[in-house]
Design a protein around this ligand. Structure first.
Ligand code: 9D3
Length: 248
């Protein structure tokens, strides 16, 4: 699989893909990632990529011409349907996109080629979203300065779902967010640190007891930090009983 990232800050991506699972997947030849300077597709002397918004208002808008030129040179002449049919996605990263979820990442992980357009300034000429991008994606409801940090998040989330990328480690299927309950709390040595004890049940070898403790702790933490997830979780009687117990 290949990612081509179109950006006005290609140096932003200097070493971010040289670590961990993404590095290993690249080394194994499972994925290629390249960042390209949008200015390379301008045709004027000053390499202008932005202009003032029609209708007025603050800020500048990324012009359509260099973005269309960039995508056509990286993905071939294109309409959204024939691109999707070829396993090519053109992702516009913008605050107006559908929100990136594990499901969206899984969809992209099945593609051969993902071209990522990073927005900047106040926005991107809407003809890019309308006629060039196959997908418009946001990484969440907060304001970034541009699409570049979002591109890093997208590549990371997608690469770990490419078959073979996780190697011998636990499969992506049973990770948090493959489910509707968060992961359970983890502890390692020492058993007491600055007066904080590791829960006693984890120190013995009572596997059924440990499994019950972990499930209960995961549910309680989910209720505290992400109560929204529990709304469509299917909970057993024992799950509900564990949630109802008072704080120890
Ligand atoms: C004035 C209204 N703002 C739109 C909500 C303007 C604006 C803010 C931030 C225009 C562009 C940006 C830059 N952000 C992105 O390009 C972006 C983004 C984000 O800000 N949040 C979450 N996901 C993404 S993906 C790309």
């Amino acid at each position: 699989m290949r990612f081509d990232i179109i950006t006005i800050f290609p140096e932003f991506f200097g070493a971010v893909f040289d670590y961990g699972i993404v590095r290993r997947a690249r080394a194994a030849g499972l994925v290629e990632v390249a960042a390209h300077d949008l200015r390379g597709w301008t045709k004027d002397k000053h390499k202008v990529v932005d202009d003032r918004p029609f209708g007025g208002g603050d800020g500048m808008v990324l012009k359509p011409e260099p973005i269309f030129e960039a995508v056509e040179s990286l993905a071939g002449a294109c309409d959204a349907n024939s691109l999707r049919a070829k396993g090519v996605r053109v992702v516009l990263l913008s605050p107006q996109g559908r929100v990136l979820t594990q499901g969206v990442a899984g969809e992209l992980a099945r593609c051969e080629h993902v071209v990522v357009i990073c927005g900047r300034y106040e926005g991107v000429d809407e003809r890019v979203a309308d006629r060039l991008a196959t997908d418009e994606i946001s990484i969440g409801d907060y304001v970034l300065s541009g699409g570049e940090p979002a591109a890093v998040v997208l590549v990371d989330a997608v690469v770990r779902l490419i078959p073979g990328a996780l190697g011998s480690e636990t499969s992506a299927v049973n990770e948090s967010f493959a489910e509707d309950v968060l992961d359970f709390p983890h502890y390692t040595r020492p058993p007491e640190f600055r007066g904080m004890r590791v829960p006693e049940i984890l120190l013995g070898g009572h596997h059924a007891g440990i499994a019950r403790w972990r499930r209960r702790a995961a549910l309680r933490k989910t209720r505290r930090n992400r109560p929204d997830l529990l709304e469509d979780a299917s909970l057993s009687e024992e799950d509900r009983a564990g949630l109802d117990e008072p704080e120890e």
